[in-house]
Design a protein around this ligand. Structure first.
Ligand SMILES: C[S@@+](CC[C@H](N)C(=O)[O-])C[C@H]1O[C@@H](n2cnc3c(N)ncnc32)[C@H](O)[C@@H]1O
Length: 240
């Protein structure tokens, strides 16, 4: 055990961490940050999303009608993918504002592909299970779902091993445990994932052939993964 941590280092670390919640950036989000105190922001986004729900229902119908290909990018944050319907809470770059803890506003077996990256860990396991079932309900038979999450299994191996991955992802924290606890408790995270658990939940939700995949290795072309998530993430793909 290393007891040579300089006095005040942990307090200084906590000071830098406080108030650091990952937020999607858009003009609306920037305005929101100026107008709404940090502790009310999540609630405000959820309330505004609820207020615009009737409009969102109409928009979902118009975006997915006419037999066109429907690809859902859920929990998109600041990353709006071209040719995908980008879905997130009010105040983000989404083209559809929707609280994804609610049933998806699309009919059964009407969606060709689903992608979400660094979103699932923002739901509890109970919410995640319900959400996975909803994804299965709307996905066409043979359609692809691709999910990226922080690779918590790898963080754990690094904690028990040489610490190199933790040092790369979250450098110079006073201890490895503090780095690990950021992944668990900060950024609004409510669940942690490894490949085994993610495949299991997808199997249980009724998907087929769930497999862990490398970043960029996908049935979807082009692979929708974002570059800056590559180092920290694991991906799982399955079929409807
Ligand atoms: C860490 S960000 C990830 C954004 C983007 N996918 C990325 O990888 O950069 C998580 C996103 O999930 C969204 N989110 C969290 N809870 C949500 C909910 N209940 N419904 C819809 N979106 C939600 C947040 O607004 C945020 O944009």
């Amino acid at each position: 055990m290393n007891h040579s941590v300089p006095q005040g280092e942990i307090q200084a670390y906590l000071d830098t961490q406080s108030g650091q919640v990952m937020e999607a950036s858009s003009n609306l989000a920037a305005l929101g940050r100026r107008l709404v105190p940090a502790r009310f922001r999540e609630l405000t986004k959820l309330l505004c999303t609820r207020l615009v729900k009737p409009l969102a229902l109409r928009k979902a119908r118009s975006l997915s009608g006419d037999g066109r290909e429907v690809r859902l990018h859920l929990g998109c944050g600041a990353t709006a993918l071209k040719e995908w319907i980008n879905v997130d809470l009010f105040g983000t770059r989404a083209n559809l504002y929707w609280d994804l803890r609610n049933p998806l506003p699309f009919p059964d077996h009407s969606v060709d592909a689903i992608f979400h990256e660094h979103f699932l860990e923002h739901l509890s396991y109970e919410e995640g299970m319900g959400f996975a079932r909803e994804c299965r309900r709307v996905l066409k038979s043979g359609g692809t779902i691709r999910i990226g999450v922080p690779d918590f299994g790898r963080y754990m191996l690094s904690y028990a091993g040489d610490g190199a991955f933790i040092q790369t992802m979250r450098p110079d924290r006073p201890t490895r445990l503090l780095a690990l606890s950021e992944v668990v408790y900060r950024h609004g995270h409510r669940s942690m994932w490894d490949g085994e658990t993610l495949c299991h939940i997808l199997d249980e939700a009724g998907f087929h052939e769930s497999r862990q995949k490398a970043s960029g290795d996908s049935k979807l072309t082009p692979a929708p993964d974002t570059d800056h998530r590559k180092a920290e993430s694991l991906y799982v793909e399955a079929l409807g």
